[in-house]
Design a protein around this ligand. Structure first.
Ligand code: F6P
Length: 507
């Protein structure tokens, strides 16, 4: 065993002992301990309150020691330096470069802003439809909704699903003569996006609209888009080393740029870049992504929580949990190490969530009283973006914020009801509050970069490759085989019977 491995093993066994010890301390008492304020971390107007975590200063110190023992600092350095850290695909990881001021001087970015500005200025374009799925949909769709207060461009729709109803319902709201379609696909091979693009081609043709004028593409593989029929001058590219779920900052964000304008889009990038700088340079003891990433590890690997909830108390960020779900689960839902060896403990948790307050009237029952414990992040802007001059509407936002903190308290503290078990709240349920001033483009960019880095930090500590996603391939191949009926030997009788029930030719 190397010295480094010995050190890691020693910290890990200390953390296991810490987990046993902390189980004896109820959060209801822990939250009142002296010095607990030090578990609140600040960066600009962003505050991350970890005081309701099953955590002490000593445990945090052990987690930081684990990160050091694993050489997290070298990994962060390697990521920002563009070293090959995505080993299974033999690539660097370059989404952070897209947030730098330098990138904004590039020809690719200038071409994008020029196009977006022209579309915004064109009175004939009333709606935009982004056709893309996964990372080519979730990020832009979530940010467009999140920045509704800044949306002064044409209406933007997002269609990801191959379910024809999704596209049908959107087309019903669009005029073929005033709609711009953006085919967004990093690989330009994704069957859902190509199928929807094909349906749109037909719809445009029926309405006498030329594809050249109504459609553009965002992709890394320009030649595929050209072969598919897109005008080469209307293709926006981005680098292969930008992973799909990390790609909203690239040309994949074109729909967002058209919605809010290139200035606000630039502010989104600025916020992300500020978080990148903090992540790259702050000492681990005050480095928010490092601390939050280590808390993921603490909950999953030492406290045994297999799920993690993300609850934005922000209706406009209702799709943030879906975005974070792809981000964390596609990145860290793995069972082998970066070098292909089986993991000796599980990695990434199940990520789920819903806009706060709405959740309180449904699944929060389970959070408060189920046998299982699921830690959550509660996300809240302290001020609304709009409505600042109206006291009654302001008061609604205050009620929203108060609900957020009330839930955090209730989950932690609970209430003893020995004589009425159904009214008993065990408490001791961890939450972490992330709050910021207002959901401006800058603040949102900073928040999203934070969650990206949490994913990278936790994935690194678990020793998985957070940048590949081989686990999505088998289902795609099977769908292809079933659709083409090319290789059905390995399929179950039930699958074949289902095909017959679809009223196909019997097989
Ligand atoms: O199938 C999963 C996936 O490859 C994601 O990783 C990706 O974000 C999504 O599909 C869409 O891929 P593309 O942008 O290449 O169409």
């Amino acid at each position: 065993m190397t010295d480094q491995n010995k050190q890691i093993a020693a910290v890990e066994s200390q953390l296991r002992r810490d987990a046993d010890a902390i189980a004896l301390h109820h959060l209801r008492r822990l939250i009142h301990q002296d010095g607990r304020d030090d578990l609140c971390f600040h960066f600009e107007d962003l505050t991350v309150d970890c005081t309701r975590q099953p955590l002490t200063h000593d445990i945090l110190q052990q987690l930081l020691t684990l990160a050091e023992a694993k050489s997290l600092a070298d990994f962060i350095k390697a990521m920002f330096a563009g070293k090959t850290i995505n080993l299974s695909e033999d690539q660097p990881v370059s989404h952070c470069r897209l947030r730098t001021p330098d990138y904004r001087q590039s020809e690719a970015y200038q071409k994008l802003t020029h196009f977006a500005d022209n579309v915004r200025a064109n009175q004939n374009i009333k709606s935009i439809v982004n056709l893309g799925i996964g990372g080519s949909d979730l990020g832009p769709a979530m940010v467009t909704a999140g920045l509704a207060g800044y949306h002064d461009g044409p209406v933007v729709h997002y269609v990801g699903n191959i379910d024809p109803h999704a596209l049908y319902d959107v087309l019903a709201q669009c005029d073929p003569h005033s709609t711009l379609f953006i085919m967004t696909s990093k690989t330009f091979t994704t069957s859902e996006t190509l199928a929807n693009g094909g349906l749109v081609k037909g719809w445009l043709e029926q309405n006498g609209v030329a594809l050249d004028t109504a459609m553009v593409a965002v992709t890394t593989y320009q030649e595929r888009a050209v072969d598919w029929g897109i005008d080469p001058a209307r293709i926006f590219d981005f680098d292969e080393s930008v992973g799909g779920r990390y790609s909203l900052w690239s040309a994949v964000g074109l729909s967002v740029m058209i919605a809010v304008g290139s200035k606000a889009f630039g502010q989104l990038l600025d916020g992300a870049h500020a978080m990148d700088n903090h992540f790259e340079t702050a000492p681990f003891a005050s480095n928010i992504p490092v601390i939050m990433g280590l808390l993921r590890v603490w909950h999953r690997s030492y406290l045994g929580h297999m799920a993690y909830g993300i609850m934005p108390y922000d209706q406009r960020l209702a799709r943030l949990p879906a975005w974070a779900q792809q981000l964390e689960m596609e990145s860290n839902g793995k069972s082998v190490t970066r070098h292909g060896k089986p993991l000796d403990q599980p990695a990434g948790p199940l990520i789920w969530g819903e806009a706060g307050v709405n959740g309180q009237h449904s699944f929060f029952q389970w959070l408060h009283q189920s046998v299982d414990i699921c830690p959550i992040d509660i996300l809240i802007a302290r001020k609304p973006v709009n409505l600042l001059d109206d006291a009654a509407w302001q008061a609604s936002h205050r009620t929203l914020a108060i609900n957020a903190v009330a839930q955090a308290e209730a989950l932690a503290v609970g209430v003893e009801q020995a004589d009425a078990p159904h009214r008993h709240f065990p408490g001791n349920r961890p939450s972490l509050m992330v709050s910021w001033d207002a959901t401006t483009p800058y603040a949102l960019g900073r928040l999203l970069a934070l969650y990206e880095h949490i994913t990278v930090v936790s994935g690194f500590v678990w020793d998985v490759n957070s940048f590949d996603q081989w686990g999505v391939e088998l289902g795609k191949k099977m769908a292809h085989d079933l659709a083409s009926k090319s290789d059905l030997d390995g399929f179950s009788p039930a699958a074949k019977a289902f095909l017959n029930r679809l009223n196909d030719e019997p097989i």
